[in-house]
Design a protein around this ligand. Sequence first.
Ligand SMILES: CC(C)(COP(=O)(O)OP(=O)(O)OC[C@H]1O[C@@H](n2cnc3c(N)ncnc32)[C@H](O)[C@@H]1OP(=O)(O)O)[C@@H](O)C(=O)NCCC(=O)NCCS
Length: 208
Amino acid sequence: MSNDIKIKEITTTLNSNEFVFLCQIIKKENTDSILASLSESLIKQYFQILINSKNIYLYICKKDNKDVGYVIFSRKPSFLIDEFKQLKYSIVMNLIINFKVKAILNILLSLFKLDLIFLSKTKKNFIDSNFNLNLLAIERKFQSQGIGKRFINKVIENLREKDDFNLITVETNNERTADFYEKKLDFYYVGKKIRLFKNLKIFKKDLK
Ligand SMILES: CC(C)(COP(=O)(O)OP(=O)(O)OC[C@H]1O[C@@H](n2cnc3c(N)ncnc32)[C@H](O)[C@@H]1OP(=O)(O)O)[C@@H](O)C(=O)NCCC(=O)NCCS
């Protein structure tokens, strides 16, 4: 057993083991995400679009050849809506059928840009025009071993080899996760995003 981790960017297709791993970890660790509310078939379509996108990146974290985590980065937050336009009706129908009222209301808040009303124009601008860390999880039995920190630092290093950016934003409604971003990865709090029924805290990290 080695302490080291490896990162794998998914650029062509997900193999079936990776897909099963992603579905399981998203449903277990990212329970508040819209993705976790969707059917497996929609999650599959979502990942297919993501992998074909030039604007959204998916990385898997491997330890001793085993999948232990994943992260999704978007070149701008807007790509997380624009690139999935073809799925929007299926996603909304899926949420309605499963009575995910909170998720639907939060999508509306975001579509009408009501969720950022408490932020200054400057802050909105830098959020809108920079990289966003969208979703992340490390499998539970591997958490709190420093893997998340090493994984994100390696992925940022890899992304910066192919893209020129100096700032990343991320959002969370969970205090422990906020601690991870602030204390382990040197993110700074910049403001809040309105969400039912718990607001998101927005953080940024300067890479200059
Ligand atoms: C947040 C997370 C990715 C960090 O990965 P990790 O490998 O545990 O991170 P590290 O070991 O580098 O850092 C650990 C720190 O993260 C935080 N943390 C640990 N477990 C956590 C958990 N279950 N949930 C949230 N934060 C956690 C704590 O601040 C911890 O510090 P500590 O070990 O000194 O208590 C991981 O814990 C996780 O997948 N959490 C659940 C899903 C989640 O919150 N995803 C992010 C939002 S999309």
